[in-house]
Design a protein around this ligand. Structure first.
Ligand SMILES: Nc1ncnc2c1ncn2[C@@H]1O[C@H](COP(=O)(O)OP(=O)(O)OP(=O)(O)O)[C@@H](O)[C@H]1O
Length: 248
């Protein structure tokens, strides 16, 4: 059976869950990439999804985003209509200015004003009229972040959004993302390879293996999270679950 739109239903108004998945399975040819995943995300929860390469993280995110028409699938996914997706590459339209990229398809009467405010929030005030190719990689990713947040979505899906950035820019982007989502409080699902990034930011960490969620761990550490003993214990626990310490 093909993944059809009826498997993706709007979240019920007033539902205690922002996102709900029941028995979500996805197959490429005959290979099962998501194996009957069931999962609930609470409104405003920041959830990081980690796992080895090929474990199914992006497939899960794409299923929740409603972007997986080309795979076979079953199950029911309930999501808010107003969701934004942030990818590793900024996917800006090169023939539109920075501001036009942020407000593209945004029909609010005050779209330009909100676009300018979103750009100021990501530190790009004054760059509204620039073309994307005049911006650095980090700046382009900040425009993409502004575009994701300008509509104040209830759900932000982010797939390795800072994976292509250098370490310093990446750290700054973590801070920025964290500040902005604290203000807007969307539910966030962040796919990352970086265990430190996950522990630093998330309320909850999911670890995928072979298309299943095998660890679901609440992170109760206070913010801002420093590399203390509790951080390191958790880090070691997750790295062990990822098999990083296994001999090869
Ligand atoms: N379009 C496709 N056609 C066939 N197989 C695919 C396709 N997209 C993904 N897959 C397969 O599905 C499996 C899971 O891929 P997915 O991208 O979800 O993994 P991931 O955990 O996000 O990996 P990574 O961390 O490397 O991005 C992989 O084995 C991949 O080869």
């Amino acid at each position: 059976m093909s993944a059809s739109i009826h498997s993706l239903i709007p979240a019920q108004a007033g539902s205690p869950q922002a996102v709900s998945l029941v028995g979500v399975t996805r197959r490429f040819s005959n290979r099962t990439v998501l194996d009957a995943v069931s999962l609930d995300l609470a409104p405003g929860e920041f959830v990081a999804l980690i796992g080895k390469s090929g474990s199914g993280k992006s497939t899960l995110l794409r299923a929740i985003a409603g972007l997986d028409d080309d795979v076979d699938g079953d199950g029911v996914i309930s999501v808010p209509d107003d969701r934004s997706v942030l990818f590793q590459d900024s996917r800006l339209l090169p023939w539109k200015t920075v501001l036009q990229n942020v407000t593209f398809g945004f029909r609010a009467a005050d779209a330009d004003k909100r676009g300018c405010r979103a750009l100021a929030d990501v530190g790009l005030a004054g760059r509204e009229g620039d073309w994307p190719n005049a911006l650095s990689g980090g700046e382009q990713q900040r425009v993409a972040l502004a575009r994701s947040l300008v509509r104040s979505p209830h759900l932000l899906l982010a797939d390795e959004p800072f994976g292509a950035l250098d370490a310093l820019t990446r750290l700054k982007m973590h801070e920025l993302l964290f500040q902005l989502i604290r203000r807007q409080r969307p539910t966030v699902l962040l796919v990352t390879h970086d265990v430190d990034e996950a522990i630093k930011l998330a309320d909850r960490i999911l670890l995928m293996e072979n298309g299943r969620i095998v660890v679901d761990r609440a992170i109760a550490l206070p913010h801002p999270r420093a590399r203390d003993r509790r951080f390191d214990d958790l880090r070691n626990e997750l790295l062990a679950a990822l098999g990083v310490f296994d001999t090869v």
